[in-house]
Design a protein around this ligand. Sequence first.
Ligand SMILES: Cc1ncc(COP(=O)(O)O)c(C=O)c1O
Length: 401
Amino acid sequence: MSLSQRAQSISLSVTLALDARAKALADAGRDIVNMSVGEPDFPAPAIVQQAASRRVLSGDVRYTPAAGARALRKAIGEHAAAVRGIAPYAVEEVTVCHSTKHALSGAVLALVDPGDEVLLILPAWVSYVEIVRIGGGVPVSVPSRADCGPDFDAIERAITPRTKAVLYNSPSNPTGYVWTHDEVRALASLCERHGLWILSDEIYRRLVYDGEPNLSPATLSPALRERTIVLDGASKSLAMTGYRIGFAAGPREVTSAIERLHSHLTGAPNTISQDGYLAALSGPEPVEIEHMCAEFDRRRRWLIDALRDMGLSAPWPRGAFYAFPDVRAYLDERGTRGLCEDVLEQVDLALVPGTAFGVDTHVRLSYALSLERIQLAAERLRRFLERHPRRATALAVAQRA
Ligand SMILES: Cc1ncc(COP(=O)(O)O)c(C=O)c1O
């Protein structure tokens, strides 16, 4: 059998092997604390559950238009703009998708020609590289500063005549870094100067716990709104991961191109989930969300303190639900993947190696699990680190940097 070159060039997520191993150990009766999770451990708000159930029980579950039901597009256009402080997006400027991932892949397919370069600011979410590749584009990695913030000299240096777009993600998965407003302005002016699209993955927008709220480049000027595709959805901000619903908002030429592509590739988004999402957007924010954010904040503070207390340096994550400590001092030649394997085997704790995000210096810990489990995880990690005195010499650390 000869698979297409496209299929051959796509790799499975590096997290899958570890995840499978963690599940096998759990099946064998071991109490694995899984800090690799990428989804809120809260149910979807009651209003969402009720609206989705009503649709199922009505028996009237049919296709909607490929870009989503008009009422939902309108609600998204108003809500997405209101929370970002700008004039509403018109219905035609919104395409409802099966998820944010689907919105992002639609935007890449709509904008990127074979050979076009897309800048990914490392560490970057695991699927960006592959989505750009599937679209025929060339992912170009750009390193960040030590505190995980953007390095504008590195971004400038990475731009070539083939650069088409920058993939911007704030709050970031995996670092939790939230770009300052000055940084967003600097990126925006750089993109204007070089004529680049901004693919703005704002899926963690709601999950910011201190300091300035997240700023979307689309809000900076009408011209920037015209070169920014806002990609967002219900998975994280509304704890609706399994509903699979999201959207792209931006200039209508792009949103209608995404609609045309999706009309052939996937058809209309799930009708039941559209109803759930519409219910969540139609009134005041569901009360459960404030509670979820407060709980994430409490866990975040506890976990970062605990990591620092173990001697790990962890950038302060203002958003999302991840901590990203530097583990270079504990690495051998197998890098972060080997470290995560050892942590799993020896102390029953599942973490994600930095290689999943393009860097082999840090590991990701999700705090989307109860504080009690987080405390158990910290105890186990501390035990592991105490058994493994720092191995790295200054030279090894420098080589890996
Ligand atoms: C940065 C980022 N973008 C997009 C997604 C995908 O979200 P969705 O569930 O809406 O596809 C994730 C999920 O983990 C993510 O972390």
